[in-house]
Design a binder for this molecule. Structure first.
Ligand code: SME
Length: 151
């Protein structure tokens, strides 16, 4: 089963209507995303807790590393550049941080609030190689903008 992003967007919008707490929003988004797509083996947020530093937020899947500086990993690259990272082969990504030895591919999107404030990143890992597409990036970014863009 692969994500139906149109339905997901409507469901998340309905579940989070009127909510402005970042952690509550993250927990809801992660829960809905993770269970919507069999490619998603780890789904979670890392939050900007101080300049140049990410700390783990709500997630689904095995344990994730707690702290990621912007200089490290795929998450750090997304936070540092403000650009979506689609990694078809994590072993080919310099400095990839492996929280699970089964991860083969990854997508990480920056999460922006009002005025382009970087709130954190959304990280989705798959045990399948080359699991993510530009369509995933576009539709996930739209869900993130709709959910967090007003904060
Ligand atoms: N793979 C990420 C680290 C987070 S764990 O995968 C949950 C990275 O390289 O930044």
């Amino acid at each position: 089963m692969q994500a139906d992003y149109t339905t997901l967007a409507k469901t998340i919008e309905s579940l989070t209507e009127g909510e402005t707490d970042e952690v509550a929003l993250m927990a809801t988004v992660v829960c809905e995303l993770h269970h919507a797509d069999e490619r998603f083996d780890w789904t979670g947020f890392y939050r900007v807790t101080e300049p140049g530093l990410l700390k783990i937020g709500p997630y689904q899947g095995g344990h994730g590393c707690l702290v990621i500086p912007f200089e490290r990993g795929v998450c750090g690259a997304a936070a540092r550049t403000g650009a979506v990272q689609i990694v078809p082969d994590v072993e080919a990504f310099p400095g990839h941080i492996a929280c699970s030895s089964s991860t083969r591919s990854e997508i990480v999107l920056p999460v922006f609030g009002r005025g382009g404030r970087l709130i954190g990143v959304l990280d989705i890992d798959s045990d399948r190689p080359d699991a993510f597409t530009d369509r995933d990036a576009c539709d996930l970014a739209a869900i993130l903008a709709a959910t967090f863009g007003k904060l």
